[in-house]
Ligand binder design. Structure first.
Ligand SMILES: Cc1cc2nc3c(=O)[nH]c(=O)nc-3n(C[C@H](O)[C@H](O)[C@H](O)COP(=O)(O)OP(=O)(O)OC[C@H]3O[C@@H](n4cnc5c(N)ncnc54)[C@H](O)[C@@H]3O)c2cc1C
Length: 384
């Protein structure tokens, strides 16, 4: 996402030079959000939605199915796993994040998968067609979306979560409780405060034992326990690795001598707005950060600090959750609209009297209003 958006922004802003775009996956870049939603729920098998049509890459040296394995600051070059290397005046790192696995999960058991790529989504989609008993490990947003999609297909679903409520972007127990209630209303067996202690498998997964002593029969297990920034290939490069790639406010990677840039899930950056360093794993951030990066790269005299307000959405059943700002389960919360027993609703998150963000279910107008108000901290949202 961030890589393609950076290319698009560079061309749109008039850059006519050579661009090499390198991607490990062997297919044209596609959009990830539909993978856990429409891709799994559609009655007919569908193909991933491309970020750009094939003709978009006519002016780009596109190298798919190859992985960058090292970066040399001295040579300003990236080594690839096909034995070649690419030197450049500027290097943009947009390697995203990879799905975390579980400690103790044996490799390659049939019927167990993480979920990040179109290949993962195809595997799950094919498994759904066989009517499996589904277990989702992790009640983060990916886990919750996959549970909702499985229920939309009429499948038996259990969700296992170590914490005591869904952990979607650290919404906290209050809002998390309403999300758990939505899943229960829709027939999901939600198990909180427990984790997997062992897997029962022969050639394929059969069941799981949980730390609370229970056993769950399973034909398909989807592990959704978060993601790690993909910086392993940059160890020893001299770039500053701190919660991903540490960047300055212009999207330049610290330690990269002004020639190495980063955007998207892999990049952490200072936020004066929230007085902390942020690494944001959201679609909108990948797009906006890549565009800001392109402006800064093309015009070094332009100082366009990137400090946009994080925004995220998640579709579950017929509902859309939206989160704007930088919220935490330790923030104070105020109910802005509705009640937490029903939908729609909206909740504001505050710290030290300052608005930090808003979570809304089916209330896009409140999110739009919150965006304006987060931009102008002097105005505070008030309950209605
Ligand atoms: C299933 C799913 C659903 C999502 N739904 C939502 C949603 O509803 N709302 C929302 O706001 N966000 C959502 N997101 C998050 C959003 O898709 C990401 O924030 C966004 O894709 C990040 O873009 P990126 O370019 O940083 O990383 P990616 O999209 O992950 O792209 C990184 C690319 O780099 C490649 N790569 C990695 N390492 C190397 C290497 N060494 N060499 C070559 N190539 C490499 C990877 O293969 C990958 O293709 C979802 C994510 C997933 C996985």
């Amino acid at each position: 996402m961030a890589g393609v958006r950076a290319v698009k922004a560079l061309r749109r802003k008039g850059f006519g030079g050579e661009i090499v775009l390198i991607g490990e996956e062997g297919e044209l870049p596609y959009d990830r959000p539909p993978l856990s939603k429409q891709f799994l729920t559609s009655d007919e098998p569908i193909t991933p939605r491309l970020l750009e049509a094939a003709s978009f890459y006519d002016t780009v040296d596109l190298r798919l199915g190859v992985r960058a394995t090292a970066l040399s600051l001295r040579d300003q070059a990236v080594t690839l796993n096909d034995g070649s290397s690419v030197a450049a005046d500027h290097i943009i790192i947009a390697t995203g994040a990879s799905a975390r696995s579980l400690p103790g999960l044996p490799d390659r058991i049939k019927g167990v998968t993480t979920f990040r790529t179109a290949a993962d989504a195809r595997r799950v989609r094919e498994a759904f067609d066989e009517g499996p008993r589904v277990v989702v490990i992790g009640a983060g947003f990916i886990g919750c979306e996959i549970a909702a999609s499985a229920r939309a297909r009429g499948l038996q679903v259990t969700v296992i979560e170590l914490r005591h409520s869904p952990v979607i972007r650290d919404v906290g127990a209050l809002v998390g409780g309403t999300i758990a209630a939505l899943h229960r209303e829709n027939g999901v067996d939600m198990r909180f405060g427990t984790t997997v202690s062992s897997f029962v498998a022969d050639k394929r997964i059969r069941a799981l034992h949980l730390s609370d002593g229970s056993r769950i029969e399973a034909d398909l297990v989807v592990v959704g326990v978060g993601a790690n920034p993909r910086t392993d290939w940059l160890d020893g490069s001299g770039l500053l690795l701190r919660n991903g790639l540490a960047c300055d406010e212009r999207c330049r990677v610290i330690g990269g001598g002004g020639h190495v840039w980063a955007a998207g899930d892999v990049a952490s950056r200072p936020s004066s707005r929230f007085a902390e360093s942020l690494r944001v794993e959201h679609w909108t951030n990948a797009s906006e950060q890549a565009s800001a990066l392109a402006s800064n790269l093309l015009d070094p005299n332009l100082f366009r600090p990137y400090d946009s307000i994080p925004y995220f959405w998640s579709d579950q059943y017929q509902h859309r959750y939206q989160i704007i700002g930088r919220i935490s389960s330790s923030d104070d919360t105020t109910l802005l609209h509705g009640t937490l027993r029903e939908r729609p609703f909206a909740v504001a998150y505050h710290r030290d009297g300052r608005l930090r963000g808003v979570v809304a279910c089916d209330m896009p107008d409140v999110i739009a209003q919150a965006r304006v108000q987060l931009d102008d901290e002097t105005i505070q949202l008030s309950p209605t």
